[in-house]
Design a protein around this ligand. Structure first.
Ligand code: ATP
Ligand code: MG
Length: 240
């Protein structure tokens, strides 16, 4: 589980997160929506300390990762992260991309890492692309490789930051399908997305952020059909 308690984050005198409280329980899929600049990415990046909070706490499975004595690299290996840009190594094959961290961080043998990588490629529907280079794959395929790469580390939870926003519309579905199957398998997921259909159908909960606050949260169907706050209504009327 992820427990975020009164999380604050400032860049200089720009306070971007103004006291966020959010818990994601094991197996939950929590989707986050909100206008550009509302702090969604900063929130996600704070969960694995890519951004250092300026106040509050983040507990991962009960461990306070803001505690300076914690081994953050060890915590990070339990959290998979997928970004809008796929960040694959262009000079490595798909298999190379999927095995490098397994060997370096998990200390797996080449054979073992290959085996895990091929299993994860199978899971995202790209078993036949093991030897391809990222530049020869479509955006949707590259993003599925990025998801498979994260899964190779056997994470307990996955963070997604607008994983389909950089994709051509016709490639969005294949990535959402992989995310949906992960959710069905019980993966704990925190997902920043503009895909309201995904949020509605897959999300256990929907969070609307604005101005560094959680303005509204609840059952995705409820929030989307019947938003309670004016700011949520305004946002949804613009995006739906
Ligand atoms: P978008 O929908 O456009 O991705 P977002 O909700 O993810 O927006 P953030 O990326 O979290 O928003 O940014 C929130 C605010 O924090 C913005 O005003 C941004 O300029 C600022 N910010 C983010 N990262 C940094 C940084 N490294 N240094 C300074 N300011 C930053
Ligand atoms: Mg963002």
């Amino acid at each position: 589980a992820i427990a975020i308690q009164d999380l604050h984050k400032s860049f200089g005198d720009n306070e971007v997160l103004k006291g966020i409280d959010l818990t994601v329980l094991a197996g939950e899929v929590v989707c986050v929506i909100g206008p550009s600049g509302s702090g969604k990415s900063t929130l996600l990046r704070s969960v694995n300390l890519l951004e250092e909070p300026t106040g509050g706490k983040v507990l991962i499975e009960g461990i306070d990762i803001t505690d300076p004595d914690i081994d953050i690299d060890r915590v990070r290996t339990r959290i998979g992260m997928v970004f809008q840009s796929f960040n694959l190594f262009p000079h490595l094959s798909v298999l190379g991309n999927l095995t490098i961290a397994q060997q370096r961080v998990k200390k797996r043998s080449k054979a073992e890492a290959d085996k895990v990588a091929r299993a994860m490629l199978e899971r995202v529907g790209l078993a036949e692309k093991a030897d391809a280079y990222p530049g020869h794959l479509s955006g949707g395929q590259q993003q599925r490789v990025a998801i498979a790469r994260a899964l190779c580390m056997n994470p307990d939870m996955m963070l997604f930051d607008e994983p389909t926003s950089a994709l051509d519309p016709e490639l969005v579905g294949e990535v959402l399908q992989v995310m949906r199957s992960l959710a069905d398998e019980g993966m704990t997921m925190l997902v920043v997305t503009h895909e309201m259909g995904f949020a509605r159908e897959v999300g256990s909960r929907l969070i609307f952020m604005d101005g560094g606050h959680i303005v509204e949260e609840g059952d995705p169907r409820e929030v989307l059909a019947n938003p309670q706050h004016q700011r949520t209504k305004d946002f949804l009327s613009r995006v739906l």
